[in-house]
Write a protein that binds this ligand. Structure first.
Ligand code: 5AD
Ligand code: SF4
Length: 533
């Protein structure tokens, strides 16, 4: 089956890079969570009566993570992954509404599924995610063949809602806010089925308290709520015990992680254990503050965790304590994804981003001064309403000054309900955004190539992820700076193992190298296929 990884109109996106937006490459669109034969299979044996599920995911890592949890819930209920739509009994479309056209794509896909269901009436169709949260009853009004619609706050109800629809017909359940229960609130507290056994995402925070004028997230994901410190540590300890060595901490604004927890502890005499809720460092100082730096240090101290990544920080909240924790915690990778969005102060102000270009540049300089060999990547939006040529040139200037390792570049798209979508009289002509995008890509590509070439001759630590798609004799993995690195190996190397690779070549979006030695053989307990050498 075609496996749709992320691309946008500007090229291929890696499925593991932070904050990427995934677009369809396959028949119905989206990324599939399903079996690759032998990969991370369910511990349950398949039986003739087990229902088979297929999950199609659009959107960001949060959505992918939700899909893993839905898969985990299904498998806990005895279901098994389907190989394709043809042998699926249940299809879940986990939707995203960040970009334009998501609605058209969803209704197009549902149109196709209608004919599949006409031929196989027992097929059950489920729609979840941000677009479901936004469109609510509209989905079943437009597509009466959909059995279940749920939103972003009730992923944990997937199995129950499916059962409800079997008993009493189509059901839509959308909650307006998260339920204040740790198990229900945080997808990570639900059982998970991960595609691989050595990497894991850990949700540390949900929602967002900011109000960036272009962004739909606060309205679909709700207020920012942090997962208790102790629960995160327990979760990561559990993952490490299963053999996971790399974790990515997920939140919309990770640098404000824990502020809500500390405020709660200070305002309530609730009998909560401060060390459990906010970590042992906080228990000694008790200030209202973010706990993200503490979290990096404490996760980094968990035995077996060799790499920590996180996404995304917000430049306005990114401070020296995070830089110090990154520098002092060996497991934290030397990679900072710091979304710029625009290099123009007036556009940043209209976006309500809370920083200026100068302040952003100071933060990057401080991070580079504090952390050796740091890769810096970003998100940039072109054509925000009112963006002039001079504004755009400021963005080009900041991009050139930072010299990014890579960047995700987005054409502004109005999201209904956001502040910027109202500024219709200031929308930028499409032909102008296309021309600006080409100029921006040229600047980004120059620095990407330069920074990749500068790595030639170094020995890099690569976590092996499998055989390269183009050449099965070549193994591929990621360096600590999150760069793809391809290298040949005479011996098969187990996925999730670490290798020392000397970099011998560099392209726009990858490195090539020669294997020096395998430095750590993966120990994960799940059955993962051996990558061919
Ligand atoms: N238009 C274009 N890009 C957007 N992003 C978020 N909302 C929009 C929008 N309305 C981009 C931002 C964000 C990334 C995940 O998606 O750059 O950082
Ligand atoms: Fe959206 Fe801004 Fe929150 Fe990021 S910080 S999720 S861009 S509102």
């Amino acid at each position: 089956m075609a496996f749709g990884v992320g691309v946008d109109q500007h090229g291929q996106r890696c499925p593991r890079c932070p904050h990427r937006v995934l677009w369809s490459q396959n028949d119905l669109g989206g990324r599939f969570v399903t079996t690759e034969s032998g990969a991370a299979g369910s511990s349950r044996t398949m039986s003739a009566v087990s229902k088979r599920y297929l999950i199609r995911t659009h959107g960001c890592q949060m959505n992918e993570h939700d899909s893993e949890r839905i898969a985990g819930l299904f498998e806990a209920d005895g279901m098994v992954p389907a190989e394709s739509l043809d042998d699926a009994d249940v299809v879940v479309l986990n939707t995203c509404c960040i970009r334009e056209n998501a609605d058209n794509k969803l209704y197009g896909t549902l149109g196709h599924l209608k004919s599949v269901k006409a031929a196989r009436p027992e097929l059950e169709i489920v729609v979840g995610g941000c677009l479901a949260q936004k469109d609510r009853d509209l989905i079943q009004q437009k597509a009466g063949h959909v059995d279940v619609v749920f939103g972003t706050h009730n992923v944990h109800r997937a199995v129950d809602l499916l059962e409800q629809s079997r008993q009493s017909g189509p059901v839509t359940e959308i909650l307006d806010a998260a339920v204040l229960d740790d198990r229900e609130l945080f997808p990570s507290a639900l059982p998970a089925r991960r595609d691989v056994g050595y990497l894991a995402w850990v949700t540390i925070q949900i929602g967002c308290d900011n109000s960036c004028a272009f962004c739909i997230v606060p309205s679909v994901r709700g207020d920012e709520i942090s997962k208790p410190f102790g629960s995160i540590l327990n979760e990561v300890r559990g993952l490490a015990a299963e053999g996971v060595t790399e974790v990515t901490l997920l939140g919309q604004n990770v640098n404000s992680y824990g502020r809500d927890l500390t405020l709660r502890l200070r305002s309530e005499s609730s009998g909560l254990d401060p060390a459990e809720v906010a970590g042992s460092s906080w228990a000694t100082d008790g200030r209202a503050r973010s706990l993200f730096a503490d979290l990096l240090r404490d996760v980094g101290a968990i035995e077996g965790i060799r790499r920590i990544r996180y996404t995304s920080p917000h430049p306005k909240d990114f401070r020296d304590d995070t830089v110090a924790a990154m520098a002092e915690t060996a497991a934290v990778c030397e990679h900072l994804h710091l979304p710029l969005q625009s290099g123009s102060d007036s556009i940043l102000s209209a976006m309500h981003r809370g920083y200026t270009a100068e302040r952003y540049l100071e933060k990057v300089a401080a991070a580079r001064a504090g952390i050796d060999d740091l890769a810096v990547t970003t998100d940039i939006i072109i054509g925000f309403p009112g963006e002039t040529e001079a504004d755009f040139e400021s963005t080009l200037a900041v991009a050139a000054e930072v010299g990014y390792d890579s960047a995700y570049t987005f054409v502004y798209s109005p999201r209904p309900g956001t502040e910027a979508a109202e500024l219709t009289d200031r929308f930028v002509e499409h032909s102008v955004t296309v021309e600006r995008m080409n100029r921006l890509r040229a600047v980004i590509e120059r620095s990407s190539v330069r920074r990749n070439e500068a790595r030639i001759g170094r020995v890099e630590e690569v976590m092996v992820e499998g055989a390269s798609k183009k050449n099965p004799d070549v193994l591929t993995g990621r360096t600590r700076q999150n760069k793809l690195c391809h290298f040949a190996s005479a011996e098969p190397i187990r996925r999730g193992s670490y290798a020392a690779v000397e970099v011998t070549g560099a392209g726009l979006s990858h490195l090539t190298g020669e294997l020096r030695e395998v430095t750590h053989v993966a120990q994960h307990k799940r059955r993962i296929p051996v990558a061919a050498g």
